[in-house]
Write a protein that binds this ligand. Structure first.
Ligand code: EPU
Length: 442
């Protein structure tokens, strides 16, 4: 049975939170350990559900994952890597999308992989066609089986010339994790260049890989026969940092985010300043607060890095409901990432969704009937409501809206938040939120 979170809103969030390793890097670094001939050590690992899922998946494949009880550092030993049965894999895959990244490393290590049908947040179709196309280009044979796909490389994996139709983060990682030990040279055009991709490249380089990132989204990888282990401190989670920054703005609070890095948040900080948020950067983190007066509206487009990231959009939309005037947010990465606005409207926000591209650049979704542009008019007073958490970032935005709203809100599905926000309840109470978690019982 799940839990019910009761939120009494109207109080500013004030205090300090610590952000640790990025949810969108750590599980992939764990997968990279499969490529090594020696054990690896991963530091700055957050206690989130996605780490548990990948720990389970690595374990059923024979990788020994040990956690240092004091530091939380993970030691990953792939010496006894083996095949796993589809039921073992199913039992651990949960609703994560990470299993697809096991393909290359498992083919290099044991010649085959079974990948269960994927989950992840319901924010669009989230196909895996790019992944399968690049894997086939390396020489992999993909076969649909009940409950997932089987993938093997009977003739080995060979480097290839590849071009992605869109700079997909996951497909770029797929190429990196496969090409580093494929025979010969791989050239990937149209690659994603998110900070988490660079951190994965640094990990692979520590293992012995040869990877060059060019200025035009081209990545060149020279395959090597063997890789060793790595010792690496994961980059902090910039999406969690942006989430707490938005929480400070929305609740008219003041939050110091220890671990937030300016370099990885440049586009976010520009937008934050433009709508009326204040921030101060020091060597250990960034302090975020509401600058006083009314927030200012703006026109915003989500994009791949170095643009304004799609995962920053949802909490910021809550802040825009409090800006004076009309804001436009055009989502160009996922076709269906505005479902969360329903609950905000029930809480008093004025948000209309449109099928047209309302930003300055037409995107892939313009002619395809997706509600992917939002017009937000403000300011509107928010009041408490009951809601079910739909996905990670949308859920966070509902929670901060409830914390800013007058009255009481009740949220179910709060477990989803644990996929990407470490010690979420402790952090909320530490910031002074009036929240109570109770069991829904049977
Ligand atoms: N796409 C395809 N075919 C593919 C792969 C992707 O059409 O085979 C499309 C997607 O449907 C989407 C776009 O390409 O429209 C971009 O998807 P991408 O592959 O970049 O996303 P991802 O790797 O599945 C990661 C993060 C997301 C984050 C995106 C964009 C992880 C585990 N997830 O997803 O994070 O939004 O990159 O930066 O790294 C989150 O943290 O809440 C989250 C959803």
């Amino acid at each position: 049975m799940g839990n019910l979170l009761t939120i009494n809103g109207g109080k500013p969030l004030e205090g300090r939170v610590t952000v640790r390793g990025a949810k969108n890097l750590v599980p992939k670094a764990m997968v990279a350990s499969l490529l090594g001939s020696k054990p690896s050590v991963l530091r700055n690992v957050p206690e989130i559900r996605d780490v548990e899922i990948v720990t389970g998946l690595l374990s059923v494949h024979g990788v020994k994952v040990t956690k240092d009880p004091e530091t939380g550092d993970l030691s990953l030993d792939p010496a006894a890597t083996k095949s796993a049965t589809s039921s073992e894999i199913d039992a651990h895959a949960g609703d994560s999308r990470i299993p697809i990244l096991f393909c290359g490393p498992l083919m290099h290590s044991i010649g085959e992989a079974f990948i269960p049908d994927l989950g992840g947040c319901k924010i669009g179709d989230r196909p895996i066609d790019f992944h399968l196309t690049v894997l086939r280009s390396f020489g992999a044979v993909v076969e649909k089986r009940p409950g997932g796909i089987h993938i093997s490389a009977p003739k080995g994996l060979t480097g290839a010339k590849l071009e992605l139709p869109y700079p997909s983060v996951g497909a770029t990682e797929q190429v990196l994790l496969t090409a580093v030990k494929a025979e010969g040279i791989t050239e990937l055009k149209g690659a994603a260049v998110e900070p988490e991709i660079h951190d994965l490249i640094h990990i692979l380089q520590k293992m012995g890989a040869i990877i060059t990132v060019q200025t035009d989204r081209t990545i060149r990888i020279e395959g090597v026969d063997q890789l060793t282990g790595f010792n690496h401190r994961a980059i902090p989670d910039r999406n969690e940092s942006a989430s707490w920054a938005s929480a400070a703005l929305v609740t008219q609070g003041d939050i110091y985010v220890e671990g937030a890095i300016q370099r990885d948040l440049t586009a976010f900080l520009n937008t934050y300043r433009k709508i009326g948020g204040e921030f101060e950067v020091d060597d250990d983190g960034i302090r975020f607060w509401h600058g006083g007066g009314r927030l200012k509206p703006l026109v915003l487009e989500t994009n791949v890095h170095p643009g304004f990231m799609t995962d920053w959009q949802q909490p910021l939309v809550v802040a825009l409901t409090q800006a004076e005037g009309v804001s436009i947010v055009h989502e160009t990465v996922y076709e269906n990432r505005f479902g969360f606005t329903d609950a905000l409207v029930r809480m008093g926000a004025s948000i209309q969704l449109h099928r047209e591209c309302l930003g300055s650049v037409p995107c892939r979704f313009g002619q395809r009937n997706f509600l992917h542009s939002a017009v937000i008019s403000g300011p509107t007073e928010l009041h408490g409501a009951d809601f079910d958490i739909p996905d990670l970032r949308g859920g966070f935005s509902h929670l901060i809206a409830a914390l800013a709203a007058q009255g009481t809100s009740r949220a179910t599905g709060i477990e989803i938040i644990n996929r990407g926000y470490e010690k979420f309840m402790d952090k909320l109470t530490g910031l002074g939120a009036d929240v109570e978690l109770s069991s829904l019982g049977r």
